[in-house]
Design a protein around this ligand. Structure first.
Ligand code: GCU
Length: 690
């Protein structure tokens, strides 16, 4: 008889898998623009554009820079035919006609004006849904100093960026969200320079992420643009780390044009450190010095002024020193147990549509996380601007940073892997001195397959090689089929005992229990959910997205023939008996749970604040009942823009799982979580360390 139950459940599971697959598995995004552009008789010529410097030019805010932020000329190019040198792009490589006789159709004097930084989707109503090519242009007036080098630096742009300076193609970056730069000294002229940038936010089956994401594909020059002046001989980057013994600081300085044996100096005055080292044949100086710094902690975000000198330059930064590690199923910050009382975010400001880009945006957003009582933020699902980790360092928030390996990626496409590795490398090179950053995450909800394992193993190895001082994780999916079997059995056990469940539904539940025989659970019992995704072997913290109380009812109710209302109400009765665990002797982190609510909507059903609050009450009880879970980042701090979320009057192209709405109004669930974070689940870990 049990087989009949499993048959029913496997049908249920199959139905749900189909539902889930239809909802999340992306299909290649075909669009007119994907046609083979070369087939057009007047297509622009293939322009060979060099890749930007693979090494991130760090410490930009400590260098001599000319900001190129501000108003730029702007042309929308849906056919993506405006490349300089092409028929429509104008054979001339400039964009400013010399007189009224020159035929130049992509020219700027009468173009729109756009603000940089900032996505283009929310600066013009007609571009809200736009996902294709645009052109930016501005003049750069400069008198280059002899012997100095000039780097064009972009904090990030979405998604493919092609940079032309005085008609010269100087850099092409594939992949959004991460900084890139290029030395343009040899192309710059004294006086007026013509800077043209093409950005295309079109995504497809081979991009990172693909064209299907549950967040807005904000496009354009979304981050700061700077012209950075540096001496020929100097510093490209440097990494400082508190050693695992917490009694030494060790580091590496990567220099430029400093000969072997050349000197590097590291000064941390407050620690009486003034240390010298010599560069090797590769221009890298490694060093280690005894030190007992005051340890950085969310409750005490201590930062030190650091100066690094080499060649003809010095750079400064403010750096915190701490260690992060795991021991068995415990997370240790500075050797003491800690639980991640967190919240997930997207990089959107409170009170304004569009991509966040400024320091002020991040200060306001992260202040709300602190108001929640959080000590941790999962900065989903892509690298944020440099301001995010800087602000987290200063106000005391631990950070999970992530590259957008999201849902289904072209696991077997070498170029896709190269883009993913480049994004991870740039993120780590930019933020490896940020004490707040404790986790590099390489994936979100990627279904198991061998190609997926190979792809992610590459990224995990890269992360560990670039920065062994931090933890690696990934947000995993569970085995829905197995989860649903346990859920259905417990629904039945609780359902038959519930007088207000309609008789015909109680009969269905009874039939499930009869077929389960001795496997039928008791009321008051729960079950242990086990995450055993093989990726768990490779990460330090096993993270898991689960939506008990929200999505599961939608699939399981029709599968077993009862109403969603019944399933939802019964779930609340047994969720706190569920034990979330992982098949690895490692800490577990619940990287997502949540429910949608329209701010101000009250009542009992879905989309009400009351329902969302009930989900948070049941979820926090379930997590408190799961000893292996050492962290949580519920989904999500703020309602955010998403093309998938169309429900008129409720979503209107926003995902409504925020604890605050787009204007910052707090929903009931905000207070449920804040109360939980001031309770024993968080303080117990800290008390156990006293
Ligand atoms: C997924 C996914 C998120 C998404 C969320 C949701 O787990 O990771 O990007 O927004 O669920 O369904 O709201």
């Amino acid at each position: 008889m049990l087989s009949a139950l499993y048959h029913q459940l496997s049908k249920a599971a199959a139905a749900l898998i189909v539902l889930l697959a239809a909802a999340v598995l992306p299909t290649a995004i075909a669009s007119a623009a994907d046609e083979d552009e070369e087939s057009t008789p007047f297509a622009a010529p293939e322009v060979k554009i060099p890749a930007p410097d693979p090494n991130v030019l760090a410490f930009v805010d400590a260098r001599a820079t000319t900001s190129l932020n501000g108003t730029w000329n702007f042309i929308v190019d849906p056919m993506n035919m405006g490349t300089p040198g092409g028929f429509f792009g104008g054979w001339a490589t400039t964009r400013i006609p010399v007189d009224e006789w020159q035929l130049l159709e992509y020219n700027y004097p009468n173009a729109r004006q756009i603000r940089v930084p900032g996505d283009f989707n929310t600066q013009f109503d007609d571009l809200f849904f736009y996902r294709d090519s645009v052109w930016y242009q501005r003049d750069v007036d400069i008198t280059p100093a002899p012997g100095q080098r000039y780097h064009l630096w972009f904090g990030g742009a979405n998604y493919t960026t092609k940079v032309f300076l005085n008609g010269e193609p100087v850099a092409e970056q594939k992949g959004g969200y991460v900084p890139f730069s290029v030395d343009v000294t040899d192309v710059l002229v004294a006086g007026r320079n013509d800077l043209v940038v093409n950005v295309n936010n079109r995504l497809g089956a081979d991009t990172v992420p693909t064209g299907r994401t549950d967040w807005w594909p904000y496009g354009g020059l979304t981050r700061d643009v700077l012209l950075v002046e540096v001496p020929a001989a100097g510093i490209t980057n440097a990494k400082l780390t508190l050693a695992s013994d917490r009694r030494h600081i060790e580091g590496e300085v990567t220099t430029r044009n400093v000969p072997k044996g050349g000197g590097v100096a590291i000064k941390i005055p407050e620690l009486n450190i003034s240390h010298k080292a010599k560069v090797d044949a590769n221009g890298v100086a490694k060093w280690r010095v005894a030190a007992k710094p005051e340890l950085w902690h969310p409750n005490n975000p201590k930062l030190y002024d650091v100066t690094i000198s080499a060649g003809d330059e010095s750079v400064e930064d403010r750096i915190g020193f701490r260690t992060i590690e795991t021991r068995g199923q415990t997370i240790l910050l500075n050797g003491e147990p800690i639980r991640f009382a967190g919240i997930s975010t997207h990089e959107e400001p409170i009170g304004r549509d569009g991509a966040a880009y400024s320091r002020a945006d991040m200060e306001v957003l992260f202040a709300e996380a602190k108001a929640l009582g959080a000590n941790f933020v999962r900065a989903a699902h892509y690298p944020y601007s440099r301001h995010a980790a800087e602000v987290a360092d200063e106000i005391g928030l631990l950070l999970w940073e992530e590259v957008p390996i999201y849902w289904n990626i072209a696991w077997e496409n070498p170029e896709t892997l190269a883009i993913a590795r480049d994004q991870l490398s740039r993120l780590i090179q930019r933020d490896w001195n940020r004490a707040s950053v404790v986790i590099w995450s390489v994936a979100n909800e990627t279904p198991y397959s061998k190609p997926r394992m190979a792809f992610l193993e590459n990224l995990i190895e890269d992360a560990r090689a670039a920065d062994p001082s931090r933890l690696v994780s990934a947000a995993l999916l569970g085995d829905t089929r197995r989860e649903l079997k346990d859920v259905a059995l417990h629904l039945a056990a609780y359902g038959v005992a519930q007088d207000d469940v309609p008789a015909e539904e109680r009969a269905i539940f009874q039939a499930i229990l009869d077929r389960a025989g001795s496997a039928a659970p008791e009321v008051g019992s729960g079950f242990t959910l086990v995450i055993d995704d093989p990726l768990g072997e490779l990460v330090d913290i096993v993270s898991y997205n689960e939506y008990f109380g929200w999505y599961y009812a939608r699939g399981i109710a029709p599968a077993i023939g009862v109403s969603e209302k019944t399933v939802r109400q019964l779930m609340f009765q047994f969720m706190h008996h569920v034990n979330l665990s992982a098949d690895f002797d490692k800490p577990m982190h619940i990287s997502e749970f949540g429910a949608g609510a329209k701010s101000g909507k009250r009542g009992e059903g879905v989309w009400t604040e009351d329902y969302q609050a009930r989900v948070y009450e049941a979820q926090t009880a379930m997590i408190a009942n799961s000893p292996q879970v050492q962290g949580m980042t519920p989904w999500i701090l703020k309602d955010f823009r998403a093309m998938l979320r169309t429900l008129p009057g409720i979503q209107d192209y926003r995902n409504r799982k925020g604890l605050i709405d787009e204007n910052g109004r707090r929903k009931q669930a905000f207070y449920v979580l804040r109360d939980f974070y001031s309770g024993p689940w968080v303080t117990a870990a800290e008390e156990s360390s006293r």
